[in-house]
Design a protein around this ligand. Structure first.
Ligand code: ADP
Ligand code: MG
Length: 305
């Protein structure tokens, strides 16, 4: 029996509720073999499209504005429901006696994280320069031009330092339940005078998942995404897909700039920080379809210390 933390990419979940339910079903089907082999499963996921949709809905409706941490909390429930439903149905089909539960997760970030002084993550809708200036004045948001498509709000993407519900997650995993946690990287909170407060930020789900995998001493940390393998010279003629990378080589490739910021870079960094905490662990970056083969080293890219 292995303890496996699986981080699902945002692309694994689609853009509409209908699409998401279908994709959750596909995800559940792909993960069932891992469960039937007797492994413990913890699932984390991204929420880029979902939290964007929720935020936009509140921005454009005549209802009170919904702060960003609350939007993240809503997305955790919405995605958690679909995953619970899909996994629950598949488990029943195969007579596997397992419970699935979603934990609304708060993740602590440092209010002095340099990311807060240089917000870079664009969220929500696009505005003209004029509208953007007005929004900056009225709501105090930071608005930036986004690749020639118009102005968008940008918020900080600080590093996760602590998972508030870690003990609950651990207790449920040890009781044999499948736990869905840290959705969208978790709800960002900061500590002030001994209390936690939600803060406008987006935590990268790869970093939050790595932190959780380390806390739970997972044997495997799977990052499932759109590609089957990590490559060097990605997108170039001499692209080389990698089956296995050791810690030192992964670091070297990082420094040489083989992994794109905001996509593959955080995944490789997340894998390395997991291995620092659990040197005996195995980090795997693979596609959802090949998750089962990746567990036995027949697909994906393994990163080991
Ligand atoms: P997710 O939603 O799963 O987090 P991302 O789009 O953030 O997915 O990251 C996965 C993407 O990273 C791949 O689809 C691929 O286009 C891109 N990528 C960037 N650099 C590399 C690389 N060196 N090797 C493989 N994929 C890479
Ligand atoms: Mg990503």
């Amino acid at each position: 029996m292995k303890r496996i933390l699986i981080a699902l990419g945002g692309n694994a979940l689609g853009n509409t509720p209908e699409e998401q339910l279908l994709l959750a079903d596909k995800t559940a089907k792909a993960l069932i073999p891992l469960v039937s082999e007797g492994n413990e499963l913890i699932i984390t996921h991204g929420n880029g499209p979902q939290v964007g949709m929720i935020n936009l809905a509140f921005e454009s409706a005549s209802v009170p504005k919904m702060p960003f941490p609350e939007c993240n909390a809503l997305s955790e429930g919405y995605i958690g429901y679909h995953l619970q439903n899909a996994l629950g149905n598949e488990l029943k089909k195969y007579h596997l006696k397992k419970e699935v539960v979603t934990i609304i997760t708060q993740v602590e970030v440092n209010p002095d994280d340099p990311a807060f002084f240089n917000p870079t993550k664009p969220i929500g809708s696009f505005y003209s320069e004029q509208e953007a200036k007005l929004i900056e004045k009225e709501r105090g948001y930071l608005m930036r031009e986004d690749s020639g498509r118009g102005y968008r709000r940008v918020i900080a993407s600080p590093k996760p330092i602590n998972i508030l519900e870690a003990e609950s997650i651990k207790t449920l995993v040890e009781a044999g339940q499948i736990v869905i946690a840290c959705g969208g990287g978790g709800i960002p909170v900061v500590k002030k005078e001994g209390r936690f407060y939600g803060i406008d930020a987006v935590i990268d789900k790869d970093y939050a998942s790595s932190l959780l995998a380390g806390i739970l001493q997972a044997d495997y940390f799977f990052i499932l995404t759109a590609v089957d393998k990590v490559a060097i010279n990605f997108g170039q003629e001499d692209q080389r897909n990698l089956d296995i990378i050791n810690f030192e080589d992964a670091k070297k490739y990082l420094q040489e700039g083989h992994f794109k910021k905001g996509s593959m870079l955080p995944k490789v960094e997340a894998a390395l920080s997991f291995l620092e905490v659990n040197p005996k662990g195995v980090a795997v970056i693979a596609s959802l379809e090949k998750a089962t083969e990746a567990l036995i080293g027949e697909a994906g890219t393994r990163i080991i210390k």
